[in-house]
Design a binder for this molecule. Structure first.
Ligand code: SAH
Ligand code: SF4
Length: 414
């Protein structure tokens, strides 16, 4: 009796002091069917489900586990390697099985509301979700690569003063299927099925569209895992970059659980200026942010962290700013590259772009300190597809409304 009590006590103590230790027998080996959210027509969208969930969706529809495993593998290949959305084209799935799948499942694409092409070849798509929310994606072709700029949210809660997206009132996280859906749609438009390792037009992905990806961490992670899966879209993590405005508490997890390249929207080197232009700085300051960069798993000289720096006239573009930027990067020993982004204007924006001479002078100081500092050429400005111009047409507002909104959101940030 005494012994049993001691044992129970020891167990309790062990559990209390080492809560992360797995306790044998506490993990249920039987997979529990999870609730799949059906669409309005009652069917379940397979796009955006993980491999395990795809299999589970088939089991939930009463397919034998062995069958479900096999079918899930086939479906994954058809969906992500071949780009097929029609079950009747899946030739290795029996003719009787195809209608069974058709009745229960669907493989969606975001609805395209508008597709525009810039004079420089940049393309922008306005997309609409099932619940009527609009978001955008942009494809930027270059001589040696093609980059898809993907949105993670409808709008953005963060309200950086120079960013058009930050002025959108409606904000909702995009689901994994809506994030992967952008890549699928781009592949459709570029005629890039089946997935092939060489000669692709779409070679790189940047999470730099609408929204703050680290405020939608799980969906972004799950979507990128699908994009990186070798049996499907098979994009290397080295060709994917996630850009954050500085959500410090999520950066380590991003490195560990996603492992893609990191870009940080720094934009200013003093508390005063960064507090003004990136209000999130009031929560997570510059030094904290740079420490999180120094700790970012996988960052090294071969995989440098990109610091984005939007050039705002007489705001953050002095020689002293450039020197402080160098000092900070050196202080934290960061394997860094600085991307100088000429400010892209939008109606009612409270800033102007720095002059080309100023950008050059700033660039020379950073470059002179041994840090790569390319100035980005704005792309797709004529169709409002350039950095920070993304905002859906339904959201155009007056200057007074924008200011009111900025105050509301900043109050909410605390
Ligand atoms: N929310 C994330 C990712 C999307 S923004 C982030 O802020 O990092 C992509 C990049 O464009 C960011 O570096 C952003 O600061 C920059 N940007 C926003 N508005 C801009 C504008 N008007 N001109 C130039 N760059 C802008
Ligand atoms: Fe949001 Fe990024 Fe725009 Fe800031 S710059 S408002 S974080 S999308």
């Amino acid at each position: 009796m005494e012994k049993a009590r001691d044992f129970a006590y020891m167990r309790a103590m062990q559990t209390a002091s080492a809560p992360l230790m797995p306790i044998p027998g506490h993990i249920d080996p039987v997979p529990v069917p999870r609730a799949f959210k059906p669409r309005a027509d009652g069917r379940i969208d397979l796009l955006g489900l993980s491999k395990a969930d795809l299999r589970m969706a088939l089991e939930t529809a009463q397919l034998e586990p062995k069958q479900a495993k096999l079918r899930a593998k086939q479906l994954w290949h058809w969906i992500y390697n071949r780009g097929v959305t029609d079950f009747s084209l899946m030739t290795d799935i029996s003719k009787s099985m195809q209608p069974w799948l058709e009745q229960r499942f669907t493989i969606s694409r975001p609805q395209v509301i508008e597709a525009q092409v810039s004079t420089d070849g940049t393309r922008k798509w306005l997309l609409r979700s099932d619940d009527g929310q609009d978001y955008e994606m942009v494809f930027i072709p270059d001589a040696d690569r093609g980059t898809l700029c993907v949105s993670s949210q409808v709008g953005c809660t963060l309200n950086c003063r120079f960013c058009h997206t930050g002025t959108m009132r409606l904000v909702r996280n995009l689901e994994p299927g809506e994030i992967v859906g952008q890549v699928m749609l781009a592949r459709d438009a570029l005629g890039e099925w089946p997935s092939q390792p060489e000669g692709r037009m779409l070679t790189n992905i940047v999470m730099m569209g609408m929204g703050e990806p680290l405020y939608n961490f799980e969906n972004v992670r799950d979507a990128l895992k699908i994009v990186m899966d070798g049996d499907g879209l098979a994009l290397s993590k080295r060709r994917i970059t996630l850009s954050t405005s500085g959500v410090v508490p999520m950066m380590a997890r991003a490195g560990e659980e996603i492992g893609v390249n990191l870009a940080v929207s720094l934009h200013a080197v003093t508390k005063e200026v960064r507090d003004e232009i990136v209000p999130l700085n009031r929560k997570f300051g510059i030094e904290e942010l740079l420490q999180a960069c120094a700790d970012y798993p996988g960052a090294n000289n071969a995989r440098r962290i990109t610091f984005e720096y939007v050039m705002l006239r007489d705001k953050n573009d002095s020689d002293a700013d450039a020197r402080e930027l160098v000092r900070l990067i050196k202080k934290y020993k960061l394997p860094a590259k600085v991307n100088l982004i000429p400010f892209n204007p939008w109606p009612g924006a409270p800033y102007e772009c720095s002059t080309p001479e100023r950008i050059r002078a700033f660039q020379e100081i950073v470059f002179g300190a041994g840090i790569s500092a390319p100035a980005r050429t704005p792309r797709g400005r004529d169709i409002d597809a350039a950095c920070g111009q993304l905002k859906t047409a339904s959201e155009k507002k007056s200057r007074a409304e924008l200011d009111r909104l900025a105050e509301e959101k900043q109050a909410a940030l605390g």
